[in-house]
Design a protein around this ligand. Structure first.
Ligand code: ADP
Ligand code: MG
Length: 284
């Protein structure tokens, strides 16, 4: 996978560091995603009410909060599914607020989507091949232009190889010729993740990727997320299961009533009275 993902970060050198090297290790790795004063109203309902947070490069960051806290709406505003009422979303330092989802995806920020109905009658492999956007081969007119034909064939072959490699990585290559509609709920989640990788993202937004997934597949999916994170991908994960977030995310953002209530490591969050209060009355 390393040839398709972002460049690996250099490993920290062994042994004693010079002062400069030691300081460099404490320099933040960058914040590819920044959300500032994000607000989204639906009629009279304020779903997101001035949320501000940032996600560190190469991290697996968790976004949690009781039902109705505004997590999904925040995701949808980041990914361009909703246009925010106010506030800004920055990706890699550029303002992407209000851009269309495909434009945002082209910049390397993608969210997983449920496999659309019309893709159920296509095979898993076909689903993979259709996932990337902006391919030269998409344009039929251009594909018949002399000189470009070779590029198209080459690109198709690369895609095909990458599709297989990615299916193997998620251990669903044995399902390549199965119709997507015949997959179990958990297998479909793996395919959704695999399809996202075909778009060559830098950062992936996951909204409850483990909902309805059996424990074996859940473990597999989490392992794959960790593998990809080690390769340099950045993840923002919304998940209702607290244990999953606490055990897997190094940084956690807690939303409540449309706002960011708390941020920190699992131990900080667990011991934060405001978080405990926000969850009172919720079964988690
Ligand atoms: P979460 O994902 O944290 O459970 P949501 O972002 O889905 O929360 O919802 C936040 C609030 O916004 C809720 O009160 C919800 O009912 C409302 N809401 C979400 N989407 C819409 C919508 N499309 N139209 C109207 N209200 C919505
Ligand atoms: Mg939600």
């Amino acid at each position: 996978m390393s040839d398709t993902g972002p460049a690996q970060r250099p490993q920290a050198e062994q042994g004693t560091d010079s002062e400069v090297e030691a300081a460099a290790r404490h320099t933040p790795r960058g914040l590819p995603l920044r959300v500032e004063n994000l607000r989204k109203e639906f009629g009279g309902i304020t779903a997101v009410d001035g949320a501000t947070f940032a996600v560190e490069a190469g991290s697996l960051t968790g976004l949690i909060g009781p039902n109705g806290a505004g997590k999904s709406t925040t995701f949808n505003c980041i990914a361009g599914v909703h246009t925010p009422t106010a506030g800004h979303v920055y990706f890699q330092g550029e303002d992407i607020t209000g851009l269309r989802p495909d434009r945002i995806a082209n910049r390397g920020l993608v969210r997983t989507f449920q496999i659309a109905r019309e893709l159920h009658d296509m095979t898993v492999l076909e689903n993979m091949m259709l996932a990337p956007r902006g391919q030269v081969g998409e344009s039929l007119a251009r594909s018949v232009l002399p000189g470009l034909r070779g590029t198209v064939v080459e690109q198709e072959r690369d895609l095909y190889e990458r599709a297989w490699e990615t299916l193997e990585f998620f251990e669903i290559d044995h399902l390549a010729f199965e119709f997507a509609g015949n997959l179990s709920g958990g297998q479909r989640k793996l395919l959704e993740m695999a399809r996202v990788l075909m778009t060559d993202p830098q950062m992936v937004l996951l909204d409850e990727p483990l909902a309805g997934v059996n424990p074996t597949l859940e473990k597999k999916l989490l392992e794959r997320i960790h593998d990809l994170r080690e390769e340099g991908y950045t993840f923002l994960l919304v998940e209702h299961d607290m244990d999953v977030i606490m055990n897997n995310c190094e940084h956690i953002i807690v939303m409540h009533q449309g706002k960011v209530l708390a941020e920190g490591e699992a131990t900080d969050i667990k011991n934060d009275d405001r978080v405990v209060d926000a969850y009172l009355g919720e079964t988690i």
